[in-house]
Design a protein around this ligand. Sequence first.
Ligand SMILES: C[S@@+](CC[C@H](N)C(=O)[O-])C[C@H]1O[C@@H](n2cnc3c(N)ncnc32)[C@H](O)[C@@H]1O
Ligand code: SF4
Length: 494
Amino acid sequence: MHPTVDALRARMDRPQRHRLLHGYPMAPLLRRAAHKGARRLADGALELGKDGAGAPEPAWITLDHTRPLLVGILPHAQCTPTVEGCGFCTFPHGGRYDQLLSRGQQMLARHDVEQLAQLPRRQVAAVYFGGGTANLVREEALRDLFDRLTRHHDVAHAEVTLEGVPALFLTTFSDRLGWLADLPAAHKRISMGIQTFAPDWLERMGRRAFGDAGTFARVVKRARRRGLTVSGDLLFDLPGQTLEDMREDVRRAVELGLDQVCVYHLVLYAGLGTPWSKDPALVAAMPDNEAACQHWLQLRDDLLAAGYVQTTLTNFERCEAHDGPRRFVYEEHSFTPERYDAVGCGLHGISTFLDVGGRRAVKLVRGAPQYLNRWALEPPWTEHDYVFLYDEEDTLLLHVTRSLARARLDLCVVRERFGLDAAERFAGELAACAEAGLVVLNDRELSLTPRGMFFADAVVGLLAAGRAAVVRQHAAGQHTLGLIERRAMYDGMG
Ligand SMILES: C[S@@+](CC[C@H](N)C(=O)[O-])C[C@H]1O[C@@H](n2cnc3c(N)ncnc32)[C@H](O)[C@@H]1O
Ligand code: SF4
C-alpha cells in the first residue's frame, strides 16, 4: 500500500483529539520565548534586558495594526468540581480550587491586559473571558479587566463572551450576568458547560453543584431576559453511553433553545492523564473510532434537522442567531488568521500575530508555574513563556489547519496569499484523504466531508507531518500543554 495511505490509516486509528481547534503547530513544537534576562516582543524580536547576555534578534514580522484583534482573557485556571477535573477535563483547571492561587492568576491576567497598552489602539472584534471557569471570578474583577482593555483598545463593536459553569450564572451575590448585559459592546453572550442532562453522569463528574436540567433552563431564561445569547457544551461518547442517550441529550439541548450548541466527542484514552483515563474500565467502555464517527454523523444530522447551522467542526448555531448580528464570531474569526490577530491575557494565554505580506507569523504562549509560586509579574514574553516563529511553510500550515477548523479551505485565498496551489502542494496527502472519504476537492475549495469532520485530527496531522518532523528538532520538546503546567493539563483538547 502507498505509505501516505498507511500513514493516514494509522492516524485514523488513534484518538481524534480536537487538535484543529488549536491549530498548527502543537505545543511540543514551541520553544522557550527567551533566555533569562531577555524578552520576546509581539513582532518576534528578542530584546535584551540591562545585563542581558547573548545577542538580540531583529523583528521576525512587521505588525499590521489595522488588523482587528481577538482578545482572550483567562482570569484564572481554577474550578470547583468535587471530582478533580470533572474526571474528563483536559483544560487547565488547576486541580482543587485555591483562592490564593486564583488571586495570583487574576493579577497576572490584569498585568497582561495592562501590557496591551504597548500595542497601538486597535479595533477589537471579540473578547472571550474563558479558561477553566471564568465566571468563578467576582463581578468587580471582571469589570476591572474589561475596563483596562477599553482604555487601550476599541471594543465598541466587539462581541463579549463570559464562559463558566451553569450555576454560577445565577448567583445573586455577584451579578455577573448584569455586568455583562450592561457592557458597552455590540453583542454579549455566555457559554456554559452542560456536558449531559443525565443526573448519574453529572454526579460522577462531581458537577452536581454546577446545576441540572432545571438550572440550565433558568440560565437560558435569565440570560435572554438580559439580552444575552447562550451557548452550551455537550459531551458525547461518554463511556458506555448509548446512541439513544446521546440523541436525548441533543434533543434536550435543542429544547432549551440554546443559540449555540457545541458538541464534543469525549477525548479519553489510556495515557491521556485525566482521572478517567486512569480507570481501565472507563477506557475500555469507550467506542472505537468507527462507532464514534457514526454517533457524530447521527448527532450532526439531528442538529441540522432541528434548524441549526454548523459553523465550525464542533459548533452549531440556531438559524435565527446565525443569520443576524448576534451570531457567534470569536471562534470563526480565530479560524480566519489571515484577517485577525489574537492576544491571550493571563496564564496559558495564546497570542498569534500574522504578517500577511511577509508570509510569516509569531505565536506566543504565556506559561510557567513560576508565576503561581512567586507571583512574579514579568511582562510577556520571557524565559517562562513559549514562542513559535512561522516561516512561509509554517504560515501556510497555520492557514490550512485553522481554515479546516471551519471545515473548508478556500483555495483562491491560498493562491492569493501564498502564490501556490494547495491541491498540488498536498496532492499525495489529499488523494489519500479523498480515497478514505474524508475530503472533497474542487478547483475553488477543499472541504471536509461529515466523516472527515470526525477524523479532522487525522487529516491535519497528515498534512503537517512532514514539516512537524523538521521543526521538532528545534523545539522545547515539552508535552502538549504539559509545557505550561505539569499537573493538570493534558494534550486531549485543552
Ligand atoms: C472550559 S470548559 C467549559 C466551561 C465550564 N468550565 C464548565 O465545565 O461548565 C470547555 C469544554 O470543553 C469540553 N471538554 C473538556 N475536556 C474534554 C475532553 N476530554 N473531551 C472532549 N471535550 C472536553 C467540555 O465540554 C467543556 O465544557
Ligand atoms: S469541565 Fe469545566 S469545571 Fe470541569 S474541570 Fe473542566 S473547565 Fe473545570
